[in-house]
Write a protein that binds this ligand. Structure first.
Ligand code: XIL
Length: 448
């Protein structure tokens, strides 16, 4: 098998291998929680729902929401049309009602959303150019300031990429203000609420091989390399039979996480019923559990009858508030996780840092990244030249299964990767499937 097909096979095998490994590691857990939020929290994650302010007077609804979930998103009440109905006249009453309900019940809040082409107030829909850019930044600043200190994570920008094969930005009045509108929004949000995690949120970004997924990945990679303040990526995860949960979902989440951001499933709903719906829900939870930086899952509503796609019965409770098969599958899967510590208990031996002495006109320094049961990340920083060639040699049976910020080629053994700059600076990283060998790779650096 050549290098390329070995890597393809390795990537396809990840979901299966991870699932088996985590199942073994997590066997014997007796600590089964009885609600989604409690089970997730015992294992360092959250389980959330979207809340509609208009339903807070329905006691069946609030009873379920309060019992099961520990992260709350306002379904519509923090959007642009709700919070700034007239330019520079802000209206936080409905959003505050949801935040107060959540915090009063000991729950955290995801903010949704500061900048979006949809659900804009009429005055904004009619705006273009520099006045729109200014109005958008003012909106981001004022809303994020109002909720400063109360929001766990903001969806700063929602749905900015086009569907289909183009990989392009979605055309919108915001996009027409200039390609840098997204990073400008993130910078404004960071200044207004420095403690909130700042997320980019989108849909149809679940399948790793889709152009839209790749385009968002490249934007996040670019933001990270240039210091644009981004902390997380939200995957809306609205599924149905035409758009089922992809088999490479775990790969998608892991690849984004490996860029150095948290990943969150932000608006989960899966149309269908019975065991097929339950299986798909279980797969989503499994994928999140397998990614250390997948910090939580939010379903987009409480009962099927509360859903924006009610006819597809896509949620975990039926219209009478009863638990569905999908609920049982999600809770059982959450309960398989090992309480409190999602990272491996024994990280293996560490060796002294492998630094190339620099005889070739540059120096390559290794630093440790995250570790999991079956793999670890490493990072290399090059000094002395920006025109470097670094070789990274791993020992048997290790394999490098992912790289970032580097243009990589491989020798015939597959053990030696030769990396050159790919335009993303002088620090690059990789994931090593260790196969039981935790030894760090050796490096050597020369100038081109
Ligand atoms: C939906 C709400 O659920 C509906 O009540 C509203 O009419 C339209 O918006 N992507 C998003 C969410 O980011 O804000 C959308 O929510 C669903 C798709």
């Amino acid at each position: 098998m050549n290098r390329k097909s070995w890597r393809a096979a390795a990537v396809t095998g990840v979901v299966v291998a991870m699932t088996a490994a985590t199942a073994i590691l997590w066997q014997g857990t007796s600590n089964a929680a009885s609600t989604l939020g409690a089970s997730a929290a015992e294992r360092g994650r959250y389980f959330g729902t979207a809340i509609a302010g208009s339903r807070l007077s329905d006691s069946q609804y609030t009873t379920i929401a309060n019992r099961e979930f520990n992260m709350i998103t306002a379904e519509n009440e923090m959007k642009l049309d709700a919070t700034e109905p007239n330019q520079n006249q802000f209206s936080f009453g409905s959003g505050d009602q949801i935040v107060n309900w959540a915090t009063g019940n000991g729950k955290r809040v995801r903010g949704h959303t500061l900048a979006w082409h949809s659900q804009q107030p009429g005055w904004m829909q009619r705006m273009e150019g520099s006045s729109l850019r200014q109005a958008m930044l003012n909106h981001v600043t004022r809303v994020a300031t109002n909720y400063r200190g109360k929001i766990y994570a903001w969806d700063v920008v929602n749905e900015a990429f086009a569907d289909g094969a183009s990989g392009a930005r979605r055309d919108s009045n915001l996009q027409r203000t200039g390609n840098d509108w997204i990073e400008a929004a993130f910078r404004a949000a960071r200044s207004a609420d420095p403690n909130a995690k700042l997320c980019y949120n989108d849909y149809n970004t679940d399948n790793w091989s889709h152009a839209k997924t790749q385009a968002v990945y490249r934007m996040v990679q670019d933001f990270k390399s240039r210091g644009v303040p981004i902390d997380c990526v939200g995957f809306q995860a609205h599924f149905n039979s035409g758009n089922p949960v992809p088999s490479n979902y775990h790969t998608t989440l892991q690849n984004f996480a490996d860029l150095g951001v948290d990943v969150q499933i932000t608006e989960l709903d899966i149309e269908g019923s019975g065991s097929s719906q339950a299986d798909q829900y279980r797969g989503i939870v499994q994928a999140c559990q397998a990614v250390a930086r997948c910090t939580g899952i939010t379903v987009w509503g409480v009962r099927d009858s509360d859903s924006w796609r009610a006819s597809g019965t896509p949620l975990l409770f039926n219209g009478s508030g009863q638990k569905k098969a999908a609920y049982d599958a999600v809770l059982a899967q959450l309960n398989t996780g090992q309480p409190t510590n999602p990272s491996p208990s024994s990280p293996g031996p560490s060796t002294s840092p492998t630094t190339d002495p620099g005889g070739g006109g540059c120096t390559a320094t290794y630093s440790e990244g995250q570790k999991w049961n079956d793999r670890f990340n490493g990072q290399v920083t090059v000094t002395g030249s920006s025109n470097w060639i670094v070789t990274v040699t791993v020992g048997s049976p290790q394999r490098i299964t992912a790289t970032w910020n580097v243009s990589a080629t491989w020798d015939s053994s597959g053990n030696v990767m030769t990396g050159r700059p790919n335009g993303n600076g002088d620090t690059f990283g990789f994931t090593i499937q260790h196969g039981g060998n935790w030894t760090w790779p050796t490096l050597s650096c020369r100038t081109a």
